[in-house]
Design a protein around this ligand. Structure first.
Ligand SMILES: [Zn+2]
Length: 286
């Protein structure tokens, strides 16, 4: 019964519904679900009691840091500095907008990529956003891009999640689902796969909302019109929807100048907040 409820919860979750609510729904007995019996008014007139959700937890990851400067522009701008400046503003803005945001690094020091993923897990992140500034050998390349973890041809994340489950007995919460009571390895694998697919789908949806908002930043184009899929290590939090934003090109002189401007950074931050709000509304409609 427990297994069926969990599977059902993950099925709904894979269809884009909020997991906590569906877990609750899946846990109802048929009598409880049948509360809207013939004696009660039609479902349409029944007002749903608003469900109080905890704020979405968003971990913002300023790319690079310390001995790893990232890209360096022709004017000497370090990617690691731009990412930290924008990330700090983004965390403040997200908190002010009612989210709960955290940084993976708060200063100019090196944080290994896998550690960033661990930090996101420790905060029980609902979303993970890694900020970067692009570089390319052709200096005319310009614009913003958003990446999510590639969906196909990457067996490693699957292994990563299984490994995580095996290694950390304490980690029995995967994507909000309690695996502690699931002994059957096949059922566990199905749950893990569904949780991972759900995280990837959400990352693509979230990335899409960010792109739509970024398109409206004055003076910024989109380098790619759709969310690109890539196997960045920093995106491999197997059960947390994760996106990587290349804000603009530091290798493009015009964009390097833009990235240094507080007004441009503020416009980027506003767009990222708008995109996050837009995505979070799709969750509350589910
Ligand atoms: Zn970078």
């Amino acid at each position: 019964m427990m297994r069926r409820a969990l599977l059902k919860a993950l099925f709904f979750s894979a269809c884009g519904l909020m997991l906590p609510a569906t877990v609750v729904r899946a846990g109802l007995t048929s009598r409880e679900q049948g509360a809207a019996s013939p004696a009660t008014p039609p479902a349409r007139s029944v007002k749903r009691r608003p469900v109080k959700r905890r704020p979405l937890v968003i971990v913002v990851d300023p790319g690079h840091g310390g001995a790893d400067p990232g890209a360096v522009g022709a004017l000497g701008t370090y990617e690691k500095r731009i990412t930290l400046e924008v990330a700090r503003k983004l965390v403040r803005g997200l908190d002010a907008a009612g989210f709960k945001a955290h940084l993976t690094r708060t200063g100019d020091y090196f944080v290994p990529l896998r550690k960033r993923v661990t930090i996101a897990r420790r905060y029980r992140a609902d979303l993970f956003v890694s900020l970067h500034a692009d570089a390319f050998r052709i200096s005319s390349a310009r614009g913003a891009s958003v990446y999510s973890l590639s969906v196909s041809g990457t067996p490693e994340p699957d292994r990563a999640l299984r490994y995580l489950v095996e290694r950390e007995n304490s980690v029995d919460q995967i994507g909000g689902v309690d695996l502690g009571e699931v002994d059957d390895p096949t059922v566990r694998d199905i749950l893990i796969d569904l949780s991972q697919k759900n995280a990837r789908n959400r990352a693509v949806a979230y990335g899409g909302k960010l792109l739509t908002a970024l398109k409206q930043v004055p003076g910024l184009r989109l380098h790619f019109r759709a969310v690109k899929q890539a196997g960045f290590v920093v995106l491999k939090a197997p059960d947390i929807p994760s996106v990587l934003v290349e804000m603009a090109f530091l290798s493009n002189r015009d964009e390097e100048i833009q990235l240094r401007k507080a007004s441009f950074q503020d416009a980027l931050v506003k767009a990222l907040i708008r995109g996050t709000q837009s995505f979070s509304r799709t969750l509350s409609l589910a």
